[in-house]
Design a protein around this ligand. Structure first.
Ligand SMILES: Nc1ncnc2c1ncn2[C@@H]1O[C@H](COP(=O)(O)OP(=O)(O)O)[C@@H](O)[C@H]1O
Ligand SMILES: [Mg+2]
Length: 203
């Protein structure tokens, strides 16, 4: 049994609270606080499938199984950290800034482009891409990597896209287009970003 303290909280999502693993600084524990376990079961089934396939975990936080905690059953994942040890922040956090002071947007966009290719290569299906579910892991002051932390898998009744790369890739591209459109609409106040998003859509 793992004993989590409220101060270990990293972030709160739509359904889960995410805590630093008290016994491993490179892992986090996610605990459902709203809604049922159905989504967790679906997600974990998909992670197991990806593990069996032997994909690279470079841009997707790896799942390490469930553990019992004082707050209930928790799911253990890699905790994403920047080069300086601080916990990586979501794209949403960086895009909500009004200017480009902390990160280079052109690098973030380059990383998104690489993420898209990584997802296509390993045929990793997501429910929807959201800037709150993608972290920008800073590798230096000017470089980084995008890492997905949530919302992967396929909720289709017959999930053929999971097993068929051709159809899966088509689905990924469709969702990616939607994501790009949503980004341009969502961060209208961020002029630096707006300018650079055009490059992503043309890439
Ligand atoms: N692997 C991770 N590394 C670092 N921070 C994370 C990680 N996973 C989640 N977080 C933080 O916790 C928040 C909630 O996690 P998330 O998995 O998105 O929950 P939910 O499924 O409820 O949306 C995220 O927005 C992020 O700030
Ligand atoms: Mg989330």
């Amino acid at each position: 049994m793992i004993n989590i303290q409220p101060a270990d909280l990293i972030g709160t999502g739509v359904h889960r609270k995410c805590y630093i693993h008290p016994e491993n600084a490179d892992q986090c524990i996610k605990i459902v606080y709203r809604g049922g376990q159905a989504e967790t079961i679906r997600e974990q089934k998909y992670y197991r499938y990806l593990s069996q396939k032997g994909i690279s975990w470079e841009m997707l936080a790896q799942f390490h199984g469930n553990i019992e905690t004082n707050f209930g059953t928790g799911a253990v994942f890699d905790l994403v950290r920047d080069y300086d040890g601080s916990i990586s922040k979501t794209l949403d956090t960086y895009f909500n800034l009004t200017d480009e002071t902390t990160v280079s947007y052109s690098n973030v966009i380059q990383c998104l482009y690489e993420l898209k290719h990584y997802l296509l290569e390993y045929n990793i299906i997501t429910m929807a891409f959201k800037p709150k579910n993608i972290l920008y892991k800073r590798l230096s002051q000017t470089t980084g990597r995008c890492v997905i932390i949530d919302n992967i898998g396929n909720s289709d009744f017959i999930p053929i896209c999971t097993y068929n790369k051709f159809l899966g890739n088509k689905k990924i591209l469709r969702k990616w287009k939607r994501f790009e459109k949503a980004l341009s609409k969502e961060y209208l106040n961020n002029a630096d970003l707006k300018h650079i998003l055009l490059q992503l859509r043309q890439a």
